[in-house]
Design a protein around this ligand. Structure first.
Ligand code: GLN
Length: 193
């Protein structure tokens, strides 16, 4: 909850819960203690501005970012959805540890705000086309052997899955298809069963 498109993600999660029939409880995380209190089963890393997220999340008043990285690393099966800036943080945590998704990513690689665009993309994870919303989007520059490409825009890789962690360079929460949020809920259901 420190920055970015958080409320739209909550709406998308609620819509996905409704369509998949999976009951969810959403916890808003602002500081490290919120995470230990909430004990979530899965996590959404929203899009926004990764620089701001690094600053606010590493600030002594929050320390949410290191707590989240630690939470993810503690159990590699924990489902995580990172979108846009969230994908940047997963691929490039800059905390001295391993990337949380084995892929390299380049910030703002599609250009500035005026180069933001919408385009249908292909997703093997959902087995259908998906309405992609790209806002000052990053670009995957390298995908590790242990990662799977799950979404493409032409030749461009726009979605990478590393186990139960998913990094998307677009904003699925800003489209009317909640398939990726459903994937998160279904994966979480399997992991916690
Ligand atoms: N350009 C932003 C960054 O570098 C990401 C944009 C977004 O999340 N929509 O963090």
């Amino acid at each position: 909850m420190l920055q970015g498109a958080r409320h739209v993600h909550m709406a998308a999660l609620n819509a996905a819960a409704e369509s998949s029939g999976i009951n969810i409880e959403i916890h808003e995380l602002r500081k490290a203690a919120d995470l230990s209190q909430a004990k979530p089963d899965a996590l959404v890393f929203p899009g926004g501005e990764s620089t701001t997220m690094r600053l606010t999340g590493n600030d002594a008043a929050s320390r949410l970012l290191p707590a989240i990285f630690d939470w993810i690393r503690t159990d590699p099966t924990r489902p995580v959805l990172g979108t846009c800036a969230g994908a940047i943080l997963l691929c490039d945590p800059r905390d001295g540890g391993e990337p949380l998704i084995a892929a390299e990513i380049d910030r703002n690689a599609f250009g500035s705000q005026v180069d933001s665009f919408q385009s249908a993309l292909k997703s093997s994870l959902l087995a259908r086309d998906f309405p992609g919303v790209f806002i000052r989007a990053p670009r995957f520059t390298n995908v590790g052997d242990s990662s799977e490409v799950v979404a493409t825009l032409g030749e461009e890789v726009v979605g990478v899955r590393f186990g139960n962690r998913l990094a998307l360079t677009f904003h699925p929460e800003l489209s009317n298809d909640n398939g990726f949020h459903q994937w998160l809920l279904e994966t979480t259901k399997e992991v916690t069963a």
